[in-house]
Design a protein around this ligand. Structure first.
Ligand code: PRP
Ligand code: URA
Length: 210
């Protein structure tokens, strides 16, 4: 039972998280901050990608040096808010394949409702990184992990910006081997299933909706 949770401990990440939490931060800055935090934390979340040595001729000599191995990793974003994270990770892994899962939380039950799904082929062979800025009840992440498992994916990790103990437990109760990487682990959920202190509704803040 691995139940691995990494909370990235870095002053730059902490600084940008504080700016993200600030209700005065406008949509354009909020989007940029989400992308910057994704780049800084993806470094940790992608640590397990396999490599193989290849021969490379430098201007000085010929040497063996590692390159990513296996089929292109899949980056799967939970819509809407996961989209900004997908775009950031594509700058690190331009050959990555992208999957989209459209989910929204029912306002009454807070359970995820699926409205769209498009995954790359051969998920069984790929390393998969699921991305969503918020891990609240964990319902959306668990639903997404169920969809990915049904598609045959078995190497799936999760990268979120802010999580809470309830969401981490929900994911690890069902998928103990999924490595969760967060930029911040907050205190708890409130009575409306929002993360406290959190940052509010990530999708609305990214896209300027209400
Ligand atoms: C937010 C967020 C996650 C989900 C997390 O999306 O981006 O997908 O809530 O909550 P959970 O852990 O309790 O499932 P939302 O449902 O608001 O949809 P949106 O991105 O389209 O606004
Ligand atoms: N979804 C969000 O966008 N924010 C929360 O705090 C919880 C779920």
């Amino acid at each position: 039972m691995s139940r691995t949770l990494n909370v990235v401990d870095h002053p730059l990440v902490a600084h940008k998280i504080t700016m993200l939490r600030d209700e005065a931060t406008e949509s354009s800055a909020f989007r940029s901050l989400c992308q910057e935090i994704t780049l800084l934390t993806a470094y940790e979340a992608l640590r397990h990608l396999p490599t193989k040595p290849v021969t490379v001729k430098t201007p000085i000599t010929t040497t063996e040096s590692p390159m990513l191995d296996g089929p292109a990793p899949a980056i799967v974003g939970i819509l809407r808010a996961g989209l900004v994270m997908v775009e950031a990770i594509l700058t690190l892994i331009p050959h990555g394949r992208v999957g989209h899962l459209g989910l929204y939380r029912d306002p009454e039950t807070h359970n995820p409702v699926e409205y769209y799904k498009k995954l790359p082929e051969r998920m069984v062979d790929r390393e998969v990184l699921l991305v969503d800025p918020m891990l609240a009840t964990g319902g959306s992440a668990v639903h997404a992990l169920d969809v990915l498992a049904a598609a045959g994916a078995h190497n799936v990790d999760l990268l979120s910006i802010i999580g809470c103990p309830e969401g981490v437990a929900a994911v690890h109760d069902r998928y103990p081997d999924t490595i969760i990487t967060l930029a911040a682990l907050d205190e708890r959920l409130n009575e409306n299933a929002y993360i406290v202190p959190g940052l509010g509704d990530a999708g609305d803040r990214i896209y300027g909706t209400k």
